[in-house]
Design a binder for this molecule. Structure first.
Ligand SMILES: Cc1cc2nc3c(=O)[nH]c(=O)nc-3n(C[C@H](O)[C@H](O)[C@H](O)COP(=O)(O)OP(=O)(O)OC[C@H]3O[C@@H](n4cnc5c(N)ncnc54)[C@H](O)[C@@H]3O)c2cc1C
Length: 272
């Protein structure tokens, strides 16, 4: 595999918790295309690339080790950051690509697509609508790009990020989102833990799945009104089971799924 086939370089690697890593990749000798927050790039490594020492053996090792294994990853950095793209990746221990991505260090090369795509963007949402961004795990990545690009102290538009994780240490970007909610009155951050009994000290925040943050009125209490399809769009990203549940809950509240043909107020991205 020639280095030119792997046109990006790792410039930062931060381990959030075991099995969760933030990677910053810089293009080597080419310019990043313009993109909309919420879109994804394709990352890849050849089958010959080493696997992370804490991963498990893959079910079927690659037949052709020179072939690049490619997967989609949402961009977490702002579209205003022009020298790198940031990604938030969960280790799938027996997976094909993530154990190889986890083995990367600073200066290592990786395939990063020059094309950026995806429809989970804010482009089709009128500017006077509020936004509720619901994620599990690394599903927070596209919202980080949106928040980092668009949250504005002087805008009347409200942003709420509802983020679900097993443990408090799995809540990637928590410090940044807490700081933002302290500084910006229109930004609300609502993390929720599904396994609070495993916390070393009692968790003072919301417990349960992200679905209950919506159904039990937590957001309504924060905002002072109940978000409705007339004033709010909802985004769902991450675990497909959470998305299926939320689509049904939101349907009962009058929200409808958005598509290019049929505009609606629920925008969805399933990671698998
Ligand atoms: C549009 C899009 C954006 C994506 N963005 C991200 C992202 O920002 N961060 C990210 O970590 N992943 C993201 N993914 C998932 C990513 O593309 C890969 O599927 C994932 O990293 C697993 O790759 P793998 O080769 O290691 O596993 P594979 O060998 O391909 O195994 C796939 C299996 O792993 C499981 N799996 C996949 N993703 C996850 C996950 N996140 N958590 C737990 N189990 C999982 C599922 O059971 C799936 O069937 C995105 C997927 C899509 C379609």
């Amino acid at each position: 595999m020639a280095p030119n086939d792997l046109p990006a370089v790792v410039i930062q690697r931060s381990e959030v918790a075991p099995g969760l890593v933030v990677l910053r990749l810089a293009p080597d000798g080419w310019e990043l295309p313009e993109f909309e927050p919420g879109q994804f790039a394709v990352l890849g490594l050849p089958g010959s690339a080493p696997r992370y020492r804490l991963s498990e053996p893959e079910a079927s090792p690659p037949k052709d080790p020179s072939k690049v294994i490619r997967r989609a990853y949402s961009i977490a950095s702002s579209s205003k950051a022009r020298s790198y793209l940031e990604f938030y990746v969960a280790l799938v221990s027996t997976g094909a690509l993530t154990p190889r991505l986890f083995a990367l260090g600073i200066g290592d090369r990786v395939f990063m697509s020059t094309r950026i795509s995806g429809i989970l963007t804010l482009e089709e949402v009128p500017y006077d609508k509020h936004l509720v961004l619901v994620a599990t795990g690394t599903g927070i990545a596209p919202y980080m790009s949106m928040v980092r690009t668009y949250v504005d102290l002087h805008s009347p538009r409200r942003f709420a990020v509802i983020h679900g994780a097993y443990h408090s240490w799995d809540l990637g970007y928590r410090d940044e989102l807490m700081t933002l909610s302290r500084l910006c009155p229109t930004f609300t951050y609502l993390p929720s833990l599904s396994h609070p009994q495993q916390e070393p000290v009692p968790w003072p925040g919301h417990v349960g799945f992200v679905q209950s943050t919506w159904t039990d009125g937590t957001l309504e209490r924060e905002w002072g009104f109940r978000p409705a399809p007339s004033d709010t769009h909802v985004y769902l990203c991450g675990n497909p089971a959470m998305i299926d549940d939320m689509v049904e809950i939101l349907r009962r509240d009058g929200f409808t799924e958005h598509s290019r043909k049929q505009p609606g107020t629920v925008h969805v991205e399933r990671f698998w």
